[in-house]
Design a binder for this molecule. Structure first.
Ligand code: SF4
Length: 215
């Protein structure tokens, strides 16, 4: 039997219809603040990050201020989001790097971004795409899961492989939008444990449902 090939236009159009309002849900007022918010969002929700960042950014609005922050003070301000000690240390160290190497400006190149403390490829892609409007696809846990369920990637693909496959299958002008659409789809329809399959437009070709049928 021929291998199933997903219809990327259909997937994209359906997602667009389902989530016309898909967007970055982190609150920020500058690319520096976006970078900090992205760092803080590791293993927690955007909603919980948005609760701590208004006060944090009011006190430390840019790399110069954050680079001179007292770590204990930052820890206290972000305590509710978990991993707060590591995150506070990373945010301060990253800010110092920005001041020392880039005059306080967040770079707009992947290679430079990923050399910053606490910034991995996923975070760098968010900064490029959301902050600098450079086409990019950040693969987080939602994008990873739903890409596999929709046959846009293979079951054992890691996040880097999923990113490459998505970039190959979708035109560049769709990358950044696709990232938001897949995140919203993963958050609000195709959740990890309780996906809403009944009204899903992709149930004819879903790896998750196929796996259940075979049980
Ligand atoms: S049918 Fe269910 S598991 Fe499959 S893509 Fe849709 S919501 Fe996700």
């Amino acid at each position: 039997m021929a291998r199933y090939k997903p219809d990327c236009n259909y997937i994209y159009d359906q997602l667009e219809q389902m989530f016309p309002d898909a967007h970055c849900q982190l609150d920020y007022g500058s690319i520096f603040q976006l970078a900090v918010a992205v760092m803080l969002s590791a293993q927690t929700t955007d909603v919980s990050v948005n609760k701590v960042t208004p006060a944090l950014f009011a006190r430390y609005p840019d790399a110069f201020a954050m680079g001179q922050a007292d770590q204990k003070d930052v820890e206290e301000m972000i305590r509710s989001i978990g991993l707060y000690r590591n995150k506070a240390a990373s945010v301060i160290a990253m800010s110092r790097q920005l001041v020392e190497e880039y005059d306080g400006v967040v770079p707009n190149e992947m290679d430079k971004l990923t050399l910053l403390r606490g910034i991995g490829r996923k975070s760098a892609n968010v900064i490029l795409s959301e902050g600098y409007k450079i086409p990019a696809i950040a693969v987080d846990t939602h994008v990873h899961r739903v890409s596999i369920r929709l046959y846009l990637a293979n079951e054992n693909d890691d996040v880097d492989q999923v990113e490459k496959k998505l970039m190959k299958q979708f035109s560049k002008d769709r990358w950044s939008r696709l990232h938001h659409l897949l995140i919203f789809f993963g958050r609000y329809q195709c959740s990890s444990r309780n996906p809403h399959c009944e009204d899903c437009p992709f149930k004819q070709h879903c790896r998750y449902l196929k796996g259940k049928e075979q049980l």
